[in-house]
Design a protein around this ligand. Structure first.
Ligand SMILES: Cc1cc2nc3c(=O)[nH]c(=O)nc-3n(C[C@H](O)[C@H](O)[C@H](O)COP(=O)(O)O)c2cc1C
Length: 165
Protein backbone atom coordinates (compact mmCIF):
# COMPACT_ATOMS: atom_id res chain seq x y z
CA UNK A 1 0.00 0.00 0.00
CA UNK A 2 1.35 3.44 -0.86
CA UNK A 3 0.94 6.56 1.28
CA UNK A 4 -1.90 7.88 -0.87
CA UNK A 5 -3.87 4.64 -0.43
CA UNK A 6 -3.27 4.74 3.33
CA UNK A 7 -4.53 8.34 3.52
CA UNK A 8 -7.61 7.44 1.48
CA UNK A 9 -8.32 4.33 3.57
CA UNK A 10 -7.75 5.79 7.04
CA UNK A 11 -10.69 6.20 9.34
CA UNK A 12 -11.28 5.95 13.06
CA UNK A 13 -11.94 2.31 13.93
CA UNK A 14 -13.73 1.46 17.18
CA UNK A 15 -14.83 -2.12 16.59
CA UNK A 16 -12.14 -4.78 16.69
CA UNK A 17 -11.50 -8.47 16.02
CA UNK A 18 -10.26 -10.31 19.10
CA UNK A 19 -6.74 -10.67 17.69
CA UNK A 20 -3.40 -9.85 19.29
CA UNK A 21 -0.98 -7.56 17.48
CA UNK A 22 2.35 -9.18 16.63
CA UNK A 23 5.33 -7.46 18.25
CA UNK A 24 6.81 -6.81 14.78
CA UNK A 25 3.76 -4.76 13.76
CA UNK A 26 3.83 -2.81 17.00
CA UNK A 27 7.50 -2.01 16.42
CA UNK A 28 6.77 -0.83 12.86
CA UNK A 29 4.11 1.51 14.22
CA UNK A 30 6.46 2.89 16.87
CA UNK A 31 9.20 3.24 14.26
CA UNK A 32 6.84 5.41 12.19
CA UNK A 33 6.43 7.63 15.25
CA UNK A 34 10.19 7.80 15.81
CA UNK A 35 10.78 9.05 12.27
CA UNK A 36 8.21 11.85 12.49
CA UNK A 37 9.58 15.39 12.57
CA UNK A 38 9.75 17.62 15.61
CA UNK A 39 10.39 21.35 15.82
CA UNK A 40 14.19 21.84 15.92
CA UNK A 41 14.57 18.05 15.90
CA UNK A 42 14.14 18.05 19.67
CA UNK A 43 13.52 14.60 21.12
CA UNK A 44 10.98 14.37 23.88
CA UNK A 45 8.21 12.00 22.75
CA UNK A 46 7.63 8.87 24.82
CA UNK A 47 5.16 6.01 24.39
CA UNK A 48 3.68 3.64 26.96
CA UNK A 49 2.21 0.55 25.30
CA UNK A 50 -0.68 -1.19 27.03
CA UNK A 51 -1.72 -4.62 25.75
CA UNK A 52 -5.43 -5.40 26.03
CA UNK A 53 -6.23 -1.99 27.51
CA UNK A 54 -9.82 -3.03 28.22
CA UNK A 55 -8.49 -5.53 30.73
CA UNK A 56 -6.31 -3.03 32.58
CA UNK A 57 -8.21 -2.08 35.70
CA UNK A 58 -9.56 1.45 35.52
CA UNK A 59 -8.27 2.14 32.01
CA UNK A 60 -11.63 2.49 30.28
CA UNK A 61 -13.02 4.48 33.17
CA UNK A 62 -10.07 6.89 32.94
CA UNK A 63 -10.87 7.26 29.24
CA UNK A 64 -14.23 8.78 30.11
CA UNK A 65 -15.80 5.30 30.10
CA UNK A 66 -15.46 4.88 26.33
CA UNK A 67 -16.66 1.28 26.24
CA UNK A 68 -15.61 0.61 22.65
CA UNK A 69 -12.00 0.40 23.89
CA UNK A 70 -12.92 -3.00 25.40
CA UNK A 71 -12.00 -5.11 22.36
CA UNK A 72 -8.82 -3.26 21.35
CA UNK A 73 -5.57 -5.19 21.23
CA UNK A 74 -3.30 -2.28 22.12
CA UNK A 75 -3.23 1.26 23.45
CA UNK A 76 -0.32 3.63 23.04
CA UNK A 77 -0.23 6.45 25.58
CA UNK A 78 1.60 9.38 23.98
CA UNK A 79 3.60 11.50 26.39
CA UNK A 80 5.34 14.81 25.79
CA UNK A 81 7.66 17.13 27.66
CA UNK A 82 5.91 20.51 27.46
CA UNK A 83 9.01 22.28 28.83
CA UNK A 84 11.24 21.28 25.97
CA UNK A 85 9.40 23.04 23.17
CA UNK A 86 6.33 25.15 22.63
CA UNK A 87 5.62 22.79 19.73
CA UNK A 88 5.65 19.65 21.87
CA UNK A 89 1.97 18.87 21.33
CA UNK A 90 2.25 19.47 17.60
CA UNK A 91 5.30 17.20 17.48
CA UNK A 92 3.27 14.44 19.08
CA UNK A 93 0.23 14.98 16.87
CA UNK A 94 2.44 14.44 13.82
CA UNK A 95 3.94 11.28 15.32
CA UNK A 96 0.50 9.94 16.11
CA UNK A 97 -0.68 10.42 12.56
CA UNK A 98 2.45 8.63 11.31
CA UNK A 99 1.43 5.73 13.55
CA UNK A 100 -2.14 5.83 12.30
CA UNK A 101 -1.05 5.63 8.65
CA UNK A 102 1.54 2.92 9.29
CA UNK A 103 -1.17 0.95 11.08
CA UNK A 104 -3.48 1.22 8.06
CA UNK A 105 -0.78 -0.28 5.87
CA UNK A 106 -0.58 -3.20 8.29
CA UNK A 107 -4.37 -3.65 8.22
CA UNK A 108 -4.66 -2.30 11.75
CA UNK A 109 -7.36 0.17 12.70
CA UNK A 110 -6.92 2.93 15.23
CA UNK A 111 -8.72 5.69 17.01
CA UNK A 112 -7.34 8.70 18.82
CA UNK A 113 -8.54 9.19 22.36
CA UNK A 114 -8.40 12.78 23.47
CA UNK A 115 -11.20 12.50 25.98
CA UNK A 116 -9.65 11.10 29.14
CA UNK A 117 -8.92 12.04 32.73
CA UNK A 118 -5.29 13.05 32.45
CA UNK A 119 -4.64 12.89 36.20
CA UNK A 120 -6.14 9.42 36.61
CA UNK A 121 -4.49 7.93 33.54
CA UNK A 122 -1.10 9.54 34.26
CA UNK A 123 -1.16 8.13 37.77
CA UNK A 124 -2.09 4.67 36.48
CA UNK A 125 0.72 4.68 33.91
CA UNK A 126 3.34 6.29 36.14
CA UNK A 127 3.70 9.43 34.04
CA UNK A 128 5.71 11.98 36.07
CA UNK A 129 4.23 15.36 36.94
CA UNK A 130 6.57 17.27 34.63
CA UNK A 131 5.39 15.31 31.58
CA UNK A 132 2.03 15.52 29.81
CA UNK A 133 -0.12 12.69 28.65
CA UNK A 134 -1.11 14.23 25.33
CA UNK A 135 -3.42 11.56 23.90
CA UNK A 136 -3.90 7.83 23.61
CA UNK A 137 -3.98 5.85 20.37
CA UNK A 138 -6.16 2.75 20.48
CA UNK A 139 -5.33 0.01 17.98
CA UNK A 140 -6.83 -3.24 16.80
CA UNK A 141 -7.88 -5.26 13.78
CA UNK A 142 -11.09 -3.82 12.32
CA UNK A 143 -14.15 -6.03 12.58
CA UNK A 144 -15.81 -4.31 9.62
CA UNK A 145 -12.87 -3.08 7.58
CA UNK A 146 -12.10 0.58 6.93
CA UNK A 147 -14.75 3.03 5.82
CA UNK A 148 -13.86 6.68 5.60
CA UNK A 149 -16.43 9.29 6.61
CA UNK A 150 -17.37 12.00 4.12
CA UNK A 151 -14.99 14.95 4.25
CA UNK A 152 -15.19 18.49 2.95
CA UNK A 153 -14.85 18.71 -0.81
CA UNK A 154 -11.51 19.78 -2.21
CA UNK A 155 -12.83 22.97 -3.78
CA UNK A 156 -14.19 24.11 -0.42
CA UNK A 157 -10.88 24.01 1.44
CA UNK A 158 -8.37 25.98 -0.57
CA UNK A 159 -7.89 29.13 -2.56
CA UNK A 160 -4.91 30.88 -4.18
CA UNK A 161 -3.34 34.14 -3.05
CA UNK A 162 -5.70 35.38 -0.33
CA UNK A 163 -8.17 34.07 2.19
CA UNK A 164 -11.48 33.58 0.46
CA UNK A 165 -14.06 32.62 3.11
C1 LIG B 1 -7.46 15.12 18.73
C2 LIG B 1 -8.49 14.05 18.56
C3 LIG B 1 -9.13 13.52 19.67
C4 LIG B 1 -10.07 12.49 19.51
N1 LIG B 1 -10.63 11.92 20.63
C5 LIG B 1 -11.51 10.93 20.48
C6 LIG B 1 -12.07 10.27 21.62
O1 LIG B 1 -11.77 10.57 22.77
N2 LIG B 1 -12.96 9.27 21.39
C7 LIG B 1 -13.31 8.86 20.13
O2 LIG B 1 -14.11 7.94 20.01
N3 LIG B 1 -12.79 9.45 19.04
C8 LIG B 1 -11.90 10.46 19.17
N4 LIG B 1 -11.33 11.03 18.07
C9 LIG B 1 -11.70 10.55 16.72
C10 LIG B 1 -12.62 11.54 16.01
O3 LIG B 1 -13.89 11.47 16.57
C11 LIG B 1 -12.64 11.20 14.50
O4 LIG B 1 -11.34 11.38 13.98
C12 LIG B 1 -13.63 12.06 13.76
O5 LIG B 1 -14.94 11.75 14.09
C13 LIG B 1 -13.47 11.89 12.25
O6 LIG B 1 -13.66 10.55 11.89
P1 LIG B 1 -12.55 9.76 11.09
O7 LIG B 1 -11.30 9.71 11.96
O8 LIG B 1 -13.13 8.40 10.86
O9 LIG B 1 -12.26 10.50 9.81
C14 LIG B 1 -10.40 12.04 18.22
C15 LIG B 1 -9.74 12.57 17.10
C16 LIG B 1 -8.80 13.54 17.26
C17 LIG B 1 -8.08 14.08 16.04
Amino acid sequence: MNVCDAIETRCSVRDYEPKAMPEGDLLKILEAARRAPTARNLHHRRYVVIDNPGEREGFIEACNSQKWIQGASTAIACIIDPEISRWADTDMAIAMEHMVLQAVELGIGSCWVGAFDEKKLSLMLGVPDDRRLFAVLILGYPKNGFSQKPKESIEDIWVRDSYGW
